[in-house]
Design a protein around this ligand. Structure first.
Ligand SMILES: C[S@@+](CC[C@H](N)C(=O)[O-])C[C@H]1O[C@@H](n2cnc3c(N)ncnc32)[C@H](O)[C@@H]1O
Length: 239
C-alpha cells in the first residue's frame, strides 16, 4: 500500500500546497468555506451519528467542525494519505481538550482501515474530485464508503459543483481559470493550482453526481447548492 500511496501524483500536489492550504481556501472562497463545512458537519451528525469519518480530512477543518458540534461520546476519525496535511490537522486539534480530540490516521480512501458497517456517517469536503486524479483505484472509492458505512448510514459530500445557469457557469469557470490559477503563480505553485482549477471546472453537475451515487448503490440521494451553484452538498444513504 505504501508504494501505491507514494506513486499517486495528487499526493505530491497536496504536499506542495500544505503550508498555505488554509489561507488559500479562505481567499479563494471569500471566507465562505467554513460556513459550507459547518453545513456538512451538521448533516454528518443529523441522525445522532455515534461514529463519524472525515474522509480526505486534509488540515482537519471539517473534522474539527464535526467535533465541536458532536456530543462528547462521539467517535470521530480524520483520514488522509498525506502526512503533511495531517500534521496541520493534529496541530489544530491540540486546542481541544484531550478527551475530545479526533483520531487522525494516514490511509488511502481506496482501502479504508476500518471494519464493515463501522460508521454512521462519512463526511468528505473537497476531496471527491481529487480522488480520481491519475489514479488506477478510482472505482474503489464509493464501494469502500458503502462497505464501512452501517446500513442507514450516510455519505455527505461537500464539493465544487456546476451552476445550473449557463451565464453563471461561464463566470465561475472564468474565475477558476484566472483567479485560482493566478494565486498559483503568486505562491510559486502553478501546476498544483492549475489542477485545483481544472478539476473544479470539469467536475460533475449536481444531477450527474446524484446518478453516480445511485449507480454506486446509494439510496435517497439528495443535494443542495451554495454560492449560486458553485458548491454542492450531496447526501446518500446506504440501504
Ligand atoms: C482539497 S483537500 C480537502 C481537505 C479537507 N477535506 C478540507 O475540507 O479542506 C483534498 C484532500 O484529499 C486527500 N486525498 C486525495 N486522495 C486521497 C486518497 N486516495 N486517500 C486519502 N486522502 C486523499 C489529499 O491529501 C487532500 O488532503
Amino acid at each position: 500500500m505504501e508504494k501505491i500511496l507514494e506513486s499517486k501524483p495528487i499526493k505530491k500536489i497536496f504536499t506542495q500546497i500544505s503550508p498555505h492550504y488554509d489561507l488559500i481556501n479562505r481567499i479563494m472562497t471569500f471566507g465562505l468555506d467554513q460556513k459550507w463545512r459547518k453545513a456538512c458537519a451538521k448533516a454528518c451528525l443529523a441522525n445522532g451519528s455515534k461514529r463519524v469519518l472525515d474522509l480526505g480530512c486534509g488540515t482537519g477543518d471539517l473534522t474539527l467542525q464535526i467535533t465541536s458540534n458532536a456530543p462528547d461520546n462521539t467517535i470521530i476519525y480524520g483520514l488522509d494519505f498525506n502526512s503533511e496535511m495531517l500534521e496541520k490537522a493534529k496541530e489544530k486539534a491540540t486546542s481541544l481538550p484531550e478527551s475530545k480530540r479526533p483520531t487522525f490516521i494516514v490511509g488511502d480512501a481506496a482501502s479504508l482501515p476500518f471494519p464493515n458497517n463501522y460508521f454512521d456517517s462519512i463526511g468528505t469536503a473537497f476531496t471527491l474530485r481529487n480522488l480520481a486524479y491519475q489514479d488506477m483505484l478510482t472505482e474503489k472509492y464509493l464501494p469502500e464508503c458503502l462497505r464501512v458505512l452501517a446500513p442507514g448510514g450516510s455519505l455527505v459530500i461537500l464539493e465544487t459543483s456546476q451552476p445550473n445557469s449557463k451565464v453563471i457557469r461561464w463566470f465561475y469557470h472564468l474565475y477558476l481559470n484566472s483567479m485560482v490559477r493566478g494565486l498559483g503563480l503568486l505562491w510559486g505553485e502553478p501546476k498544483a493550482y492549475a489542477h485545483l482549477a481544472s478539476s473544479a471546472s470539469k467536475f460533475y453537475s449536481p444531477q450527474e453526481l446524484v446518478s453516480l451515487l445511485q449507480e454506486s448503490g446509494f439510496k435517497n440521494v439528495s443535494y443542495r447548492q451554495f454560492c449560486l451553484g458553485a458548491i454542492g452538498l450531496h447526501i446518500g444513504r446506504k440501504p
